[in-house]
Design a protein around this ligand. Structure first.
Ligand code: IVH
Length: 690
């Protein structure tokens, strides 16, 4: 075989095997027997050894399975991806209609469609084959997510035979069905619980709604993972240099005949009254759809008329969206309960008769604090309105006074802790009530231990909330320092309750779990000082504050002996935080706890790791780290600090750089783009300090 023949053969085999890998790993629809695949792979391997100059990095001999992308390629849109103007009322829609009539007269049709709540995608087809899928991005250029989009079953890789143009783009919305969202989010919640994340962390990590989940999924780097989170897609607009029909309606029909999924819910409307009845119908029917919509899109049907109307800088003049008001439902307030957190803060919770809202069942709503209960003037067994505004946790927006029960009592805020019966306090100027029984309230004590073992603190993931409960209730441990004197005999056979308290399912610790727990506790002795400080659970000392304190004071002794004045010299440490620190370290019980932890061998001073680069290269620059990186986020933050940079926790105009990792939230990205903040990758960041 000569060189040219070898090159052609290697290229062909590479392409063929990659396609089969994709079908096998991503689509789970293999079309080749394993043995046939192996034979071809062996042939390729052999050729690559003989002609190494032609082996390429894309070769299936170099990787397994689905496509993993380090970073998506940015692609410029051939036709800019515009958004639509929004209307929220009939009047605004009438104004839109008047503008159109003034411009093109009365002889036209509208097409009304649903406004799918997902993320826009542009699919390019060449000779009937899907060649590229690009996200909206900034409207001018977006991310090439073709491999991920290929996992969506309803998007054809190859069109059915038909008279489609050689090349065209079709746009639509990628979304996740409500049921899929609930199932996957529940699964994620269970996984996080098992890993020992606390409630706040779980809330932060869970996807807020199907759109968020779909968007997070489409931007994943590993298409095998995408394939595990089924997405769907409706197409709604064709772009082609030579139009495929005279009007939008006929184009949709054609697209359907070529194999695209077009929603069943669209309609030609002659008058504005027809448009209003389409809107009213779907405003009430949307609950029944298996996916979320947030309004209706109204488009002028005829392409010539669309052209005549043209565009503003941002939107077409021939289309607009009508947004529904946020969804609400009414239900019975069964009772208000009060939850105690690890710091003693009380959260009132409304327990409701389960009601369907935006496709999910709502049983509880947060009432935030006493002011909120007062503002709502809640009475026992009130009929309340609950609303969901794109978030998982619904809120109560009002009371249906007409249904108030006669002689119903006003809901009073708890006066005593529901867990330990201590009288609650509310400090001057604060909205939150606290249970002051820090040393005796079992829920607070257990909460402190749970926080201590948490992933961002001591990361003892072989222990979980349920085992802590068991250990505490049996009196084996009273505080987190007691973990370090636990012995095998204390743990083996220990019974604890799993799942719902009411179910009362019991488990007991077996040899393997006990060994894992003891090993986890032992390993935690290597956790660096800043995380130990965070683990202590001092009120107002979060991860970032703990890091700042450690950078400044270096040892626990210096921190313990710091005066108010000393503390206030630390950048971003204010009086309130300083007060909490002074209070904590002046308590003799805390001094004992720290002494015990020190004796156990925990890290209470900063360790200078010479392998970490230090410089002033980032002096004066602020950074926000978001997403998943090749190193841990903590390490990345530390590197920023050690090179003179400042870590911040939210996006604002003054932010200099957003370091974007895998799985970064789409909202953050949007906000950063809107504020024109520099978005850099981990690699680009590393270059800055190199
Ligand atoms: S048409 C130039 N039709 O809403 C017209 N958009 O705010 C392009 N959307 O970017 C859009 N359902 O992501 C159109 N039936 C529909 C839609 C729809 C949802 C989204 C789309 C668009 C955004 C505009």
């Amino acid at each position: 075989m000569n060189e040219l023949e070898a090159k052609i053969k290697i290229d062909n085999l590479t392409q063929l095997l990659n396609e089969h890998n994709y079908k096998y790993y991503v689509l789970s629809q293999p079309t080749l027997k394993d043995s046939e695949f192996d034979l071809l792979l062996k042939e390729l391997e052999k050729l690559e050894t003989e002609f190494p100059q032609f082996a390429n990095t894309e070769s299936p001999t170099q990787k397994v399975g689905g496509a993993i992308t380090k970073q998506f390629q940015t692609v410029k849109h051939k036709y800019p991806m515009l958004s639509l103007g929004n209307t929220y009322s009939e009047d605004e829609l009438r104004e839109f209609d008047n503008r159109i009539r003034k411009s093109i007269g009365d002889n036209f049709d509208y097409v009304c469609e649903l406004k799918f709540d997902g993320l826009a995608i542009g699919l390019t087809y060449q000779k009937g084959k899907l060649v590229r899928a690009v996200t909206r991005g900034n409207g001018v250029e977006g991310d090439d997510v073709t491999n991920n989009v290929k996992t969506i079953k309803s998007i054809p890789h190859q069109l059915k035979p038909g008279n489609y143009p050689d090349e065209f783009e079709i746009r639509g919305e990628v979304f996740m069905h409500k049921k899929t969202f609930e199932k996957l989010n529940d699964k994620l919640k269970n996984e996080l619980e098992q890993k020992g994340f606390d409630e706040d962390e779980i809330r932060e990590k869970l996807y807020k709604n199907p759109r968020n989940f779909a968007s997070g999924t489409l931007k994943m780097m590993d298409s095998r993972e995408v394939a595990k989170r089924p997405l769907d897609c409706f197409l709604y607009f064709i772009y082609c240099d030579i139009p495929v029909a005279d009007n939008h309606f006929d184009s949709l029909k054609k697209a359907e005949s070529w194999g695209f999924q077009i929603s069943d819910h669209y309609k030609k409307c002659k008058t504005l009254e027809d448009v209003f009845s389409f809107i009213t119908n779907y405003d009430s029917e949307r609950e029944k759809l298996s996916y979320e919509i947030d309004g209706v899109v109204i488009k002028v049907n005829d392409y010539h008329q669309q052209q005549e109307l043209g565009f503003t800088a941002k939107n077409p003049r021939w289309a607009i969206s009508y947004k529904f008001k946020s969804q609400s439902a009414s239900t019975l307030l069964e009772k208000v309960t009060f939850q105690v957190g690890r710091t003693g803060a009380i959260t009132p919770v409304a327990n409701l008769t389960p009601v369907q809202l935006a496709g999910t069942t709502v049983k509880r709503a947060s009432l935030y604090n006493a002011d909120e209960i007062e503002r709502l003037d809640l009475h026992e067994l009130d009929e309340v309105f609950v609303e969901k505004g794109g978030e998982i946790i619904p809120k109560i927006t009002g009371v249906d006074i007409s249904k108030r029960k006669p002689h119903a009592h006003q809901i009073r805020y708890a006066t005593h802790c529901p867990e330990c019966a201590t009288e609650l306090i509310r400090k001057e100027g604060e909205v939150v009530h606290y249970c002051p029984n820090e040393d005796g309230c079992p829920t607070q004590l257990k909460g402190k231990i749970e926080h201590f073992i948490g992933r961002k603190a001591m990361n003892i993931d072989s222990l979980g909330a349920e085992t802590i409960n068991g250990l505490f209730d049996k009196g084996v441990i009273k505080n987190y320092a007691d973990l370090y004197t636990l012995k095998y005999e204390d743990l083996i056979g220990l019974e604890f309750t799993v799942g719902d308290e009411e179910e009362n399912k019991k488990r007991s610790l077996q040899k393997k779990s006990v060994e894992n727990i003891l090993q986890g506790i032992e390993d935690s002795k290597q956790i660096p000082f800043e995380r130990v400080l965070f683990a202590l659970g001092i009120r107002m000392i979060g991860e970032t504050v703990a890091q700042k304190l450690v950078q400044h004071f270096h040892t626990i002794e210096k921190l313990e002996n710091a005066t108010m004045e000393d503390l206030l010299t630390v950048h971003e440490i204010g009086e309130k935080i300083a007060e909490q620190l002074l209070k904590f370290f002046s308590d003799i019980k805390n001094k004992h706890l720290i002494e015990k932890l020190k004796n156990a061998g925990l890290q209470f001073e900063i360790v200078h790791d010479e392998s970490i680069k230090r410089s002033n290269k980032l002096e004066g620059k602020s950074f926000l780290v978001s997403g998943v990186f090749t190193i841990s986020r903590d390490e990345l933050k530390k590197t920023i600090q050690l090179n003179g940079g400042r870590n911040v926790s939210s996006i604002s105009k003054s932010l200099d750089y957003l370091i974007a990792g895998d799985k970064m939230g789409p909202e953050k990205l949007k906000k950063a783009t809107d504020l024109t903040i520099k978005i850099i990758s981990e690699e680009e960041f590393m270059k800055m300090i190199d």
